[in-house]
Structures are given as structure tokens and as C-alpha cells.
Design a protein around this ligand. Structure first.
Ligand code: ZN
Ligand code: ZN
Length: 290
């Protein structure tokens, strides 16, 4: 029985962040339970929270492309509304009420600024921090609904995108700021893969293994042009051989996709030879039998 959904958002992209409520978390737990999932992590994006604005807004300003800079600035502006303290308090109240929730955050990669991220998050009682590469410079390469971001895929070679993505992933892992590599091969989101992905898989597996991070197995890629879970089976095999522990996740942004395709994720994990998942509490891991 698959027992974790360790990547859940409260607010869909393109909608305003409303206040988090215990009722919403209870509904998530109920949907997860119905799918055989016994513990969830709420992991809203760091960039949703106004507390991230002062230390991190403007990370896109170094990018030479004005269209990408404007696109990212607008994306940030449309998302940066919620209060981190409210979010944390709601999740803690849910835990206190006995719901099987752990407090997490999806921490985006900010090139050269992960020390600022760590300083911002220090002092909050997080159970688990996901680390994600969502943008390369000012380019939000996975914001496929943005025509500017989507068009950029035609202006670069797939190899250069994967190389830049992997370089950022290596920096993120080496920073030690996070616990789990989320959607580890997100560079395939648009369905474009290099002819020889193995060298990138090797680098991703080495980054995870040398940093001590876990990696996430996520059904979200099935809902994208990639048409494949994250990570690809060949990358998951490398994680397994390198001794990288794993979590499982849906990356749902609303109730209907909580625990999405958890049976298929469980089958993938088993096929790769994993017999346990990794849960977190106060950023310390514990093994959970599959
Ligand atoms: Zn993500
Ligand atoms: Zn996410």
C-alpha cells in the first residue's frame, strides 16, 4: 500500500491565494485516505508568500531577455499574495487536530540566492522542504500556458535546456537548503527530451546522492505533455542504485487530483526495487515500508 502524498498545493496557478483552512486540509486527507494514502505533506510554493518578496523578487533581473524578464515579473506579481505565517499556523492546527498532515513547502531554486532562502525559512517548524528548479534565469520553462515561456522552447536546443536545468539542480542540491528533489527531471515537461538523456540522469542521480537528498516520484508528469511520471524509469533506476531514498507525490493543486494515479506510482516504485518510502518530521527522515 502506497502511504504518502508528499507534494500538495492549496491554490491552483492562475487563481488568487485565499486563506488556508483546516477544512480544506481535512478534505485533502479524506481524498488521500480513500486512495490508500495515509500521510500527506502540504507544500505550497515559496513564491506564493509575501514574505519571499523582499529577499527574492527581482531574481529575474539578471536575464538578458526583456520579454522573459517581463513575463516572470508578471508571474511573480500574480502569485505573491499569501501569508506564510497563516499557512504555517493552519497546517500546525491541522496536525494538532490529529489530521495526518506534515508541514512542508515547495522551495524553488534561486540561482546564487539559496542562502537568502535558508535565512528566510530558518525558524519555521517545517517537516519537509521540497527543492524544485522551475526556471532558468528569467525563463519559467514549465509555465506552458504562457506564450512567451512556451515560445522560448523553440529558441533553444533541448540539450542546452537540459544542461542548464541540471546545472541549477546541482546547485540546489549542493546548497543543502531542501530535503527532497521534486519532479527531478522536470526539464522534460514540454515533452522535449535530448537524444541521449543518460548523461543528465547520471548528473541528477549524483547530485541527489552526494547531497543526501531524497527524490520524489510524482504522477504530475502524466498530466503534462511529457506523458510520463517524474522521474523517468531510467532515472529512478539510477536513484535506486545510488541509494537515494524516495517519496511519492501527486503535486495536486486542487482536490480532484490529490493522490492522482497513486496505484501507478506504487507500481513504478516497486518495479525499480524500492521496498520503502521516506517520510519526514522536523526535517528528519524515517523509512516507511511500501
Ligand atoms: Zn514544482
Ligand atoms: Zn508543486
Amino acid at each position: 500500500m502506497l502511504v504518502l502524498d508528499y507534494h500538495l498545493h492549496l491554490w491552483p496557478h492562475g487563481t488568487r491565494a485565499t486563506g488556508a483552512t483546516i477544512e480544506q486540509l481535512a478534505a485533502y486527507c479524506e481524498a488521500a485516505r480513500a486512495a490508500g494514502v495515509t500521510e500527506i505533506a502540504v507544500t505550497e510554493h515559496l513564491f506564493r508568500f509575501v514574505q519571499a518578496d523582499a529577499p527574492l523578487a527581482g531574481f529575474w533581473e539578471d536575464d538578458p531577455d526583456p520579454a522573459l524578464r517581463a513575463s516572470m515579473a508578471a508571474y511573480w506579481e500574480s502569485h505573491n499574495q499569501a501569508d506564510l505565517d497563516d499557512y504555517v499556523e493552519t497546517a500546525l492546527a491541522a496536525k494538532d487536530a490529529g489530521l495526518p498532515v506534515v508541514l512542508g513547502l515547495e522551495v524553488d531554486h534561486y540561482r546564487g540566492r539559496m542562502d537568502k532562502v535558508a535565512a528566510l525559512l530558518d525558524g519555521y517548524p517545517f517537516d519537509v522542504l521540497l527543492g524544485s528548479v522551475h526556471w532558468i534565469g528569467a525563463w519559467g520553462f514549465d509555465i506552458l500556458e504562457d506564450p512567451v515561456a512556451l515560445a522560448e522552447w523553440d529558441r533553444r536546443t533541448v540539450e542546452s535546456v537540459w544542461d542548464a536545468y541540471t546545472t541549477d539542480l546541482e546547485e540546489l542540491a549542493a546548497s543543502g537548503a531542501c530535503d527532497v528533489l521534486a519532479h527531478p527531471d522536470l526539464a522534460k515537461v514540454a515533452g522535449r527530451r535530448p537524444e541521449v538523456p543518460e548523461e543528465f540522469y547520471d548528473r541528477m542521480a549524483e547530485a541527489a546522492a552526494s547531497s543526501g537528498m531524497a527524490a520524489e516520484v510524482s504522477s504530475a508528469g502524466w498530466r503534462k505533455p511529457a506523458g510520463e511520471a517524474y522521474p523517468a524509469p531510467a532515472l529512478l533506476d539510477r536513484f535506486h542504485r545510488a541509494g537515494v531514498p524516495i517519496t511519492t507525490a501527486s503535486d495536486a493543486h486542487e482536490l480532484p487530483t490529490v493522490a492522482h494515479r497513486s496505484d501507478d506510482v506504487r507500481a513504478m516504485v516497486a518495479a525499480a526495487g524500492y521496498t520503502e518510502l521516506t517520510a519526514f518530521s522536523a526535517r528528519r527522515r524515517r523509512a516507511v515500508p511500501v
